[in-house]
Write a protein that binds this ligand. Structure first.
Ligand code: PMP
Length: 381
Protein backbone atom coordinates (compact mmCIF):
# COMPACT_ATOMS: atom_id res chain seq x y z
CA UNK A 1 0.00 0.00 0.00
CA UNK A 2 1.35 3.44 -0.92
CA UNK A 3 0.37 6.43 1.18
CA UNK A 4 -0.44 9.63 -0.76
CA UNK A 5 -2.05 11.64 2.05
CA UNK A 6 0.87 13.67 3.42
CA UNK A 7 -1.29 16.80 3.65
CA UNK A 8 -3.43 14.98 6.24
CA UNK A 9 -0.45 13.79 8.23
CA UNK A 10 3.04 12.40 7.73
CA UNK A 11 4.94 9.45 9.18
CA UNK A 12 7.12 10.78 12.01
CA UNK A 13 10.80 10.88 11.02
CA UNK A 14 12.90 8.12 12.69
CA UNK A 15 15.30 10.72 14.19
CA UNK A 16 12.28 12.54 15.65
CA UNK A 17 10.90 9.33 17.17
CA UNK A 18 14.31 8.44 18.65
CA UNK A 19 14.79 11.88 20.22
CA UNK A 20 11.27 11.93 21.68
CA UNK A 21 11.58 8.42 23.09
CA UNK A 22 14.89 9.25 24.79
CA UNK A 23 13.38 12.32 26.41
CA UNK A 24 10.21 10.50 27.51
CA UNK A 25 12.31 7.84 29.19
CA UNK A 26 14.95 10.01 30.84
CA UNK A 27 13.84 13.64 31.00
CA UNK A 28 10.35 13.59 32.42
CA UNK A 29 10.74 16.64 34.65
CA UNK A 30 8.24 19.49 34.65
CA UNK A 31 10.00 22.50 33.08
CA UNK A 32 8.43 24.77 35.72
CA UNK A 33 10.00 22.82 38.63
CA UNK A 34 13.11 24.38 40.15
CA UNK A 35 14.99 21.15 40.97
CA UNK A 36 17.41 19.36 38.63
CA UNK A 37 14.74 17.38 36.78
CA UNK A 38 12.82 20.59 36.14
CA UNK A 39 15.93 22.51 35.17
CA UNK A 40 16.93 19.87 32.61
CA UNK A 41 13.43 19.86 31.11
CA UNK A 42 13.51 23.67 31.05
CA UNK A 43 16.80 23.63 29.13
CA UNK A 44 15.36 21.17 26.59
CA UNK A 45 12.33 23.41 26.13
CA UNK A 46 14.57 26.47 25.74
CA UNK A 47 16.58 24.71 23.04
CA UNK A 48 13.40 23.52 21.28
CA UNK A 49 12.14 27.11 21.24
CA UNK A 50 15.40 28.41 19.75
CA UNK A 51 15.37 25.62 17.16
CA UNK A 52 11.79 26.33 16.05
CA UNK A 53 12.48 30.09 15.96
CA UNK A 54 15.62 29.60 13.85
CA UNK A 55 13.73 27.44 11.33
CA UNK A 56 11.40 30.36 10.54
CA UNK A 57 13.89 33.15 11.19
CA UNK A 58 12.19 34.77 14.18
CA UNK A 59 13.18 35.37 17.83
CA UNK A 60 12.71 32.56 20.40
CA UNK A 61 10.65 34.91 22.61
CA UNK A 62 8.14 35.20 19.74
CA UNK A 63 7.26 31.47 19.83
CA UNK A 64 4.24 30.21 21.80
CA UNK A 65 4.04 26.42 21.97
CA UNK A 66 0.59 24.86 21.52
CA UNK A 67 -1.02 21.46 21.01
CA UNK A 68 -1.19 21.94 17.23
CA UNK A 69 -2.32 24.39 14.60
CA UNK A 70 -5.99 24.11 15.54
CA UNK A 71 -5.09 25.62 18.91
CA UNK A 72 -2.65 28.11 17.33
CA UNK A 73 -5.36 29.35 14.96
CA UNK A 74 -7.94 29.64 17.74
CA UNK A 75 -5.48 31.53 19.96
CA UNK A 76 -4.39 33.86 17.17
CA UNK A 77 -7.90 34.74 15.98
CA UNK A 78 -9.98 34.78 19.15
CA UNK A 79 -7.05 35.99 21.25
CA UNK A 80 -6.47 39.00 18.96
CA UNK A 81 -10.17 39.76 18.49
CA UNK A 82 -10.78 39.76 22.26
CA UNK A 83 -7.63 41.75 23.06
CA UNK A 84 -8.23 44.50 20.47
CA UNK A 85 -12.05 44.73 20.55
CA UNK A 86 -11.91 48.30 21.84
CA UNK A 87 -10.22 49.27 18.52
CA UNK A 88 -12.99 47.67 16.45
CA UNK A 89 -14.91 44.49 15.80
CA UNK A 90 -14.51 43.93 12.08
CA UNK A 91 -12.45 40.92 11.01
CA UNK A 92 -11.67 39.48 7.57
CA UNK A 93 -10.99 36.01 6.23
CA UNK A 94 -11.80 33.89 3.17
CA UNK A 95 -14.42 31.26 2.46
CA UNK A 96 -11.77 28.56 1.97
CA UNK A 97 -9.86 28.50 5.27
CA UNK A 98 -9.22 25.40 7.34
CA UNK A 99 -12.06 24.51 9.74
CA UNK A 100 -10.05 25.77 12.75
CA UNK A 101 -9.94 29.27 11.24
CA UNK A 102 -13.38 29.15 9.65
CA UNK A 103 -15.14 28.01 12.84
CA UNK A 104 -13.22 30.53 14.98
CA UNK A 105 -14.63 33.27 12.74
CA UNK A 106 -18.13 31.74 12.91
CA UNK A 107 -17.91 31.78 16.69
CA UNK A 108 -16.74 35.40 16.78
CA UNK A 109 -19.60 36.29 14.41
CA UNK A 110 -22.02 34.67 16.88
CA UNK A 111 -20.39 36.70 19.67
CA UNK A 112 -21.09 39.97 17.82
CA UNK A 113 -18.06 40.55 15.58
CA UNK A 114 -18.66 41.59 11.97
CA UNK A 115 -16.98 39.17 9.56
CA UNK A 116 -16.13 39.77 5.91
CA UNK A 117 -15.83 36.40 4.13
CA UNK A 118 -13.79 37.20 1.03
CA UNK A 119 -14.86 35.22 -2.05
CA UNK A 120 -12.15 33.41 -4.03
CA UNK A 121 -11.71 33.07 -7.79
CA UNK A 122 -11.97 29.79 -9.72
CA UNK A 123 -8.41 28.90 -8.67
CA UNK A 124 -9.28 29.48 -5.00
CA UNK A 125 -7.35 32.74 -4.68
CA UNK A 126 -7.97 36.21 -3.29
CA UNK A 127 -6.06 39.19 -4.64
CA UNK A 128 -4.25 41.80 -2.57
CA UNK A 129 -6.51 44.52 -4.03
CA UNK A 130 -9.67 42.62 -3.11
CA UNK A 131 -8.44 42.30 0.46
CA UNK A 132 -7.39 45.95 0.74
CA UNK A 133 -10.82 47.02 -0.56
CA UNK A 134 -12.44 45.12 2.33
CA UNK A 135 -10.48 46.99 5.05
CA UNK A 136 -12.57 49.47 7.09
CA UNK A 137 -11.71 51.89 9.88
CA UNK A 138 -12.74 49.32 12.52
CA UNK A 139 -10.93 46.31 10.98
CA UNK A 140 -8.63 44.67 13.52
CA UNK A 141 -7.60 41.35 11.98
CA UNK A 142 -7.08 39.58 8.66
CA UNK A 143 -6.56 35.81 8.64
CA UNK A 144 -5.41 34.08 5.47
CA UNK A 145 -3.82 30.71 4.83
CA UNK A 146 -0.52 30.47 2.97
CA UNK A 147 -1.36 27.22 1.12
CA UNK A 148 -4.85 25.76 0.88
CA UNK A 149 -4.95 22.28 2.41
CA UNK A 150 -7.41 20.87 -0.15
CA UNK A 151 -6.22 22.32 -3.46
CA UNK A 152 -2.67 23.55 -2.77
CA UNK A 153 -3.59 27.08 -3.97
CA UNK A 154 -0.95 29.58 -2.80
CA UNK A 155 -2.13 33.03 -1.70
CA UNK A 156 0.02 36.11 -2.43
CA UNK A 157 0.99 36.38 1.24
CA UNK A 158 4.09 38.55 0.80
CA UNK A 159 2.24 41.09 -1.35
CA UNK A 160 -0.73 41.21 1.01
CA UNK A 161 1.51 41.52 4.09
CA UNK A 162 3.47 44.38 2.51
CA UNK A 163 0.31 46.28 1.54
CA UNK A 164 -1.25 45.80 4.96
CA UNK A 165 1.89 47.09 6.69
CA UNK A 166 1.97 50.13 4.40
CA UNK A 167 -1.70 50.98 3.97
CA UNK A 168 -3.33 49.60 7.15
CA UNK A 169 -0.54 49.18 9.73
CA UNK A 170 -2.91 48.74 12.66
CA UNK A 171 -4.62 45.70 11.17
CA UNK A 172 -3.13 42.46 12.49
CA UNK A 173 -2.21 39.84 9.88
CA UNK A 174 -2.53 36.15 10.79
CA UNK A 175 -1.20 33.49 8.43
CA UNK A 176 -2.08 29.80 8.77
CA UNK A 177 1.24 28.45 7.55
CA UNK A 178 0.58 24.74 8.13
CA UNK A 179 0.62 23.50 4.53
CA UNK A 180 3.36 25.84 3.31
CA UNK A 181 6.19 25.35 5.78
CA UNK A 182 8.83 22.90 4.52
CA UNK A 183 7.28 22.95 1.06
CA UNK A 184 7.76 26.57 0.02
CA UNK A 185 9.72 29.51 1.45
CA UNK A 186 8.25 30.50 4.82
CA UNK A 187 9.25 33.93 6.09
CA UNK A 188 6.55 35.19 8.45
CA UNK A 189 8.53 38.19 9.63
CA UNK A 190 9.60 39.33 6.16
CA UNK A 191 6.02 38.86 4.91
CA UNK A 192 4.77 41.23 7.60
CA UNK A 193 2.76 38.54 9.41
CA UNK A 194 1.96 39.37 13.04
CA UNK A 195 0.77 35.86 13.85
CA UNK A 196 1.76 32.61 12.11
CA UNK A 197 0.54 29.08 12.92
CA UNK A 198 2.38 25.80 12.38
CA UNK A 199 1.74 22.14 13.15
CA UNK A 200 4.42 19.47 13.70
CA UNK A 201 2.65 16.44 12.28
CA UNK A 202 2.52 17.81 8.72
CA UNK A 203 6.33 17.90 8.57
CA UNK A 204 7.19 14.45 9.96
CA UNK A 205 6.96 15.58 13.57
CA UNK A 206 4.51 14.32 16.21
CA UNK A 207 0.77 14.93 16.42
CA UNK A 208 -0.34 17.19 19.26
CA UNK A 209 2.46 19.78 18.91
CA UNK A 210 2.32 23.16 17.20
CA UNK A 211 3.31 26.76 17.61
CA UNK A 212 2.10 30.27 17.14
CA UNK A 213 4.58 32.98 16.16
CA UNK A 214 3.51 36.20 17.86
CA UNK A 215 5.42 39.22 16.57
CA UNK A 216 6.95 41.11 19.48
CA UNK A 217 4.64 43.91 20.59
CA UNK A 218 1.46 42.04 19.57
CA UNK A 219 -0.76 41.15 22.53
CA UNK A 220 -3.36 38.39 22.81
CA UNK A 221 -6.02 37.47 25.35
CA UNK A 222 -5.21 33.90 26.43
CA UNK A 223 -7.91 31.30 25.85
CA UNK A 224 -6.85 28.96 28.66
CA UNK A 225 -6.85 30.03 32.30
CA UNK A 226 -4.14 28.54 34.51
CA UNK A 227 -0.40 28.79 35.06
CA UNK A 228 1.93 31.34 33.51
CA UNK A 229 3.59 29.04 30.99
CA UNK A 230 4.35 30.37 27.50
CA UNK A 231 4.50 33.99 28.70
CA UNK A 232 1.03 33.64 30.11
CA UNK A 233 -0.46 32.94 26.67
CA UNK A 234 -0.93 29.19 26.98
CA UNK A 235 -1.41 27.71 30.43
CA UNK A 236 -0.57 24.04 31.01
CA UNK A 237 2.56 21.95 31.51
CA UNK A 238 4.54 21.98 28.28
CA UNK A 239 4.86 18.66 26.44
CA UNK A 240 8.67 18.68 26.33
CA UNK A 241 9.30 15.49 24.28
CA UNK A 242 6.82 16.46 21.56
CA UNK A 243 8.11 20.02 21.38
CA UNK A 244 11.72 18.85 21.09
CA UNK A 245 10.48 16.48 18.36
CA UNK A 246 8.81 19.39 16.58
CA UNK A 247 12.02 21.45 16.73
CA UNK A 248 13.93 18.58 15.15
CA UNK A 249 11.28 18.08 12.44
CA UNK A 250 11.27 21.83 11.69
CA UNK A 251 15.05 21.91 11.34
CA UNK A 252 14.97 18.94 8.94
CA UNK A 253 12.08 20.43 6.95
CA UNK A 254 13.72 23.86 6.67
CA UNK A 255 17.06 22.37 5.58
CA UNK A 256 15.39 20.20 2.94
CA UNK A 257 12.73 22.64 1.70
CA UNK A 258 14.36 23.60 -1.61
CA UNK A 259 15.17 19.98 -2.40
CA UNK A 260 11.65 18.88 -1.38
CA UNK A 261 10.08 21.46 -3.69
CA UNK A 262 12.29 20.54 -6.61
CA UNK A 263 11.65 16.79 -6.29
CA UNK A 264 7.93 16.87 -5.59
CA UNK A 265 7.22 19.45 -8.30
CA UNK A 266 8.49 16.97 -10.91
CA UNK A 267 6.28 14.18 -9.47
CA UNK A 268 3.29 16.50 -9.04
CA UNK A 269 3.48 17.78 -12.62
CA UNK A 270 3.53 14.24 -13.90
CA UNK A 271 0.44 13.32 -11.81
CA UNK A 272 -1.36 16.43 -13.11
CA UNK A 273 -0.56 15.53 -16.70
CA UNK A 274 -1.94 12.01 -16.22
CA UNK A 275 -5.17 13.26 -14.63
CA UNK A 276 -5.57 15.71 -17.49
CA UNK A 277 -5.58 12.84 -19.97
CA UNK A 278 -8.20 10.70 -18.18
CA UNK A 279 -11.69 11.53 -19.49
CA UNK A 280 -14.13 12.28 -16.67
CA UNK A 281 -11.54 13.67 -14.22
CA UNK A 282 -11.20 17.43 -13.68
CA UNK A 283 -8.10 19.05 -12.18
CA UNK A 284 -8.69 21.63 -9.46
CA UNK A 285 -5.01 22.35 -8.70
CA UNK A 286 -2.69 24.51 -10.78
CA UNK A 287 1.03 24.28 -11.45
CA UNK A 288 1.43 27.66 -9.73
CA UNK A 289 0.23 25.95 -6.55
CA UNK A 290 2.09 24.11 -3.79
CA UNK A 291 4.51 21.40 -4.93
CA UNK A 292 2.97 18.57 -2.92
CA UNK A 293 -0.81 18.75 -3.58
CA UNK A 294 -2.91 17.65 -6.57
CA UNK A 295 -6.67 17.97 -6.22
CA UNK A 296 -9.11 16.67 -8.80
CA UNK A 297 -12.80 15.90 -9.12
CA UNK A 298 -14.53 12.85 -10.47
CA UNK A 299 -17.92 14.52 -10.94
CA UNK A 300 -19.71 11.32 -11.93
CA UNK A 301 -18.72 9.51 -8.76
CA UNK A 302 -18.98 9.92 -5.01
CA UNK A 303 -15.50 10.64 -3.68
CA UNK A 304 -15.67 7.86 -1.07
CA UNK A 305 -16.35 5.24 -3.75
CA UNK A 306 -13.34 6.43 -5.77
CA UNK A 307 -11.19 6.53 -2.61
CA UNK A 308 -12.04 2.97 -1.59
CA UNK A 309 -11.52 1.70 -5.14
CA UNK A 310 -8.08 3.31 -5.20
CA UNK A 311 -7.34 1.78 -1.81
CA UNK A 312 -8.16 -1.68 -3.17
CA UNK A 313 -5.74 -0.91 -5.99
CA UNK A 314 -2.95 -0.15 -3.50
CA UNK A 315 -2.94 3.63 -3.09
CA UNK A 316 -4.27 5.79 -0.27
CA UNK A 317 -5.56 9.28 -1.13
CA UNK A 318 -7.98 11.63 0.62
CA UNK A 319 -11.44 13.09 0.15
CA UNK A 320 -11.51 16.82 1.08
CA UNK A 321 -9.27 17.50 4.06
CA UNK A 322 -8.89 14.88 6.78
CA UNK A 323 -10.68 17.15 9.26
CA UNK A 324 -13.79 17.34 7.07
CA UNK A 325 -13.68 14.05 5.19
CA UNK A 326 -16.11 12.27 7.50
CA UNK A 327 -18.71 14.96 6.85
CA UNK A 328 -21.37 14.24 4.25
CA UNK A 329 -21.27 17.84 2.98
CA UNK A 330 -19.63 18.63 -0.37
CA UNK A 331 -16.33 20.53 -0.04
CA UNK A 332 -16.84 24.13 1.13
CA UNK A 333 -13.59 25.05 -0.63
CA UNK A 334 -14.66 23.74 -4.05
CA UNK A 335 -18.10 25.33 -3.78
CA UNK A 336 -16.41 28.67 -2.99
CA UNK A 337 -14.29 28.20 -6.15
CA UNK A 338 -17.53 28.04 -8.14
CA UNK A 339 -17.57 24.28 -8.75
CA UNK A 340 -20.98 22.59 -8.87
CA UNK A 341 -22.22 20.07 -6.27
CA UNK A 342 -21.14 17.05 -8.33
CA UNK A 343 -17.58 18.38 -8.58
CA UNK A 344 -17.51 19.34 -4.91
CA UNK A 345 -18.82 15.93 -3.83
CA UNK A 346 -16.41 14.02 -6.07
CA UNK A 347 -13.21 15.74 -4.92
CA UNK A 348 -10.04 13.75 -4.23
CA UNK A 349 -6.67 14.96 -2.97
CA UNK A 350 -3.29 13.38 -3.67
CA UNK A 351 -0.50 14.74 -1.49
CA UNK A 352 3.18 13.96 -1.72
CA UNK A 353 6.00 13.61 0.79
CA UNK A 354 9.76 13.50 0.81
CA UNK A 355 9.84 9.71 0.47
CA UNK A 356 7.92 9.42 -2.80
CA UNK A 357 9.72 8.18 -5.88
CA UNK A 358 9.01 7.96 -9.58
CA UNK A 359 8.05 4.29 -9.14
CA UNK A 360 5.40 5.32 -6.60
CA UNK A 361 3.96 7.77 -9.09
CA UNK A 362 3.83 5.08 -11.79
CA UNK A 363 1.86 2.88 -9.37
CA UNK A 364 -0.48 5.80 -8.69
CA UNK A 365 -0.98 6.47 -12.41
CA UNK A 366 -1.89 2.85 -13.05
CA UNK A 367 -4.31 2.87 -10.12
CA UNK A 368 -6.01 6.03 -11.41
CA UNK A 369 -6.51 4.52 -14.87
CA UNK A 370 -7.81 1.27 -13.39
CA UNK A 371 -10.11 3.04 -10.95
CA UNK A 372 -11.85 4.98 -13.72
CA UNK A 373 -12.09 1.88 -15.94
CA UNK A 374 -13.69 -0.05 -13.06
CA UNK A 375 -16.13 2.70 -12.06
CA UNK A 376 -17.08 3.93 -15.53
CA UNK A 377 -20.25 1.73 -15.71
CA UNK A 378 -21.38 3.14 -12.33
CA UNK A 379 -21.02 6.82 -13.24
CA UNK A 380 -24.00 9.12 -12.70
CA UNK A 381 -25.01 10.73 -15.94
N1 PMP B 1 -4.56 24.53 9.14
C1 PMP B 1 -4.36 23.81 8.02
C2 PMP B 1 -4.20 24.51 6.71
C3 PMP B 1 -4.31 22.42 8.10
O1 PMP B 1 -4.12 21.69 6.99
C4 PMP B 1 -4.46 21.79 9.37
C5 PMP B 1 -4.42 20.28 9.50
N2 PMP B 1 -5.43 19.61 8.75
C6 PMP B 1 -4.66 22.60 10.50
C7 PMP B 1 -4.70 23.96 10.34
C8 PMP B 1 -4.85 22.00 11.86
O2 PMP B 1 -3.65 21.47 12.36
P1 PMP B 1 -3.64 20.43 13.57
O3 PMP B 1 -3.94 19.09 12.98
O4 PMP B 1 -2.24 20.52 14.11
O5 PMP B 1 -4.63 20.88 14.57
Amino acid sequence: MKYFDYAATTPPHPDVIRTMTEIMEAQYGNPSSIHGYGERAHQLLRRARSGCAAAINVKPAEIVFTSGATESNNLAIKGAALRYQSRGKHIITTATEHASVYESFVQLQQWGWEVTWLPVDSDGLVSAQQLMDAIKSDTVLVSLMHVNNETGAVHPIAEIGARLKKEAPKVLFHVDGVQGFGKMEAKPEAWGADLYSLSAHKIRGPKGAGLLYVRSGVELTPLLSGGSQEQGLRAGTENVPLLVGMAKAMRLAAERQADFARRTTILRDRIMEVIDTIPGLVLNSRKEGAPHIVHFSYPGMKAEVALHTLEQLGVTVSTQSACSSRSAEPSRVLLAMGRDNACAAGGLRISLGDEHTEEDVILLEQALHQMVAQLRPLERR
